[in-house]
Ligand binder design. Structure first.
Ligand code: 5GP
Length: 200
């Protein structure tokens, strides 16, 4: 993407239901001057309470395919059967041009791909749920998914937990306040360290 090494990317990744969204929302509000959410494109249906262009850009499968063909994605994945999600080049560049760091909320495979592409420019943070049982309970309580979807998400989560050692940092979400503070420290250190490197 032809950008300088001071263009950083923060990635939050986690099994569905690990509490990543809450941590993300808090960080984006606490660090609004420095971080900006990278809005992905997806083919999944919009949920009640979501806003097109804010939570995701909701597009058709045809549109998604056309965007793959015209290289508009930094990365993309079929995260769940028939549901595609992708980080757009435009969004990451827009945020860099604002002088901020993009915060990506993407799945484990997407996170590892972006890390492979951008190396030291990227900080990957894996939010770990206390257990699969807690995860299932959270997904059921959230009430946004059918039983079938919950089972799909749980089996994906079990698979994703196996990758936990592949990330730059792992934050255990046993307590939301503590986990948010820990994540914030990791991000500040990463962005701050870079500042020092550039100046010296
Ligand atoms: P949900 O359907 O619950 O909004 O998101 C499902 C999963 O897709 C989450 O784990 C989320 O991190 C992931 N996801 C969202 N956007 C992207 C993206 O652009 N790329 C990839 N690889 N995963 C994404």
């Amino acid at each position: 993407m032809g950008d300088t090494s001071d263009n950083k990317i923060i990635i939050l990744t986690a099994p569905s239901g690990a509490g990543k969204t809450t941590i993300k929302t808090r960080l984006l509000s606490d660090m609004a001057q420095r971080l900006s959410f990278s809005v992905s494109a997806t083919t999944r249906k919009i949920r009640t309470g979501e806003e097109d262009g804010v939570d995701y850009i909701f597009i058709s499968a045809d549109d998604f395919n056309a965007r793959i063909d015209s290289n508009q994605f930094v990365e993309w994945q079929m995260v769940y059967p028939g549901m595609y999600y992708g980080t757009t080049v435009d969004e990451v560049k827009r945020i860099w041009h604002e002088g901020k760091t993009p915060l990506l909320d993407i799945d484990v495979k997407g996170a590892l791909n972006v890390k492979k592409m951008f190396g030291e420019q990227v900080m990957t943070i894996f939010i770990e749920p206390p257990s699969i049982d807690v995860l299932k309970e959270r997904l059921m309580r959230r009430g946004t998914e059918s039983d079938e979807n919950i089972n799909t998400r749980i089996s994906k989560a079990t698979e994703e937990m196996e990758y936990r050692n592949s990330f730059d940092s792992v934050v255990l979400n046993d307590d939301l306040d503590r986990a948010t503070a820990e994540t914030r420290n990791i991000i500040e250190k990463f962005i701050g360290d870079l500042g020092k490197e550039v100046k010296s």
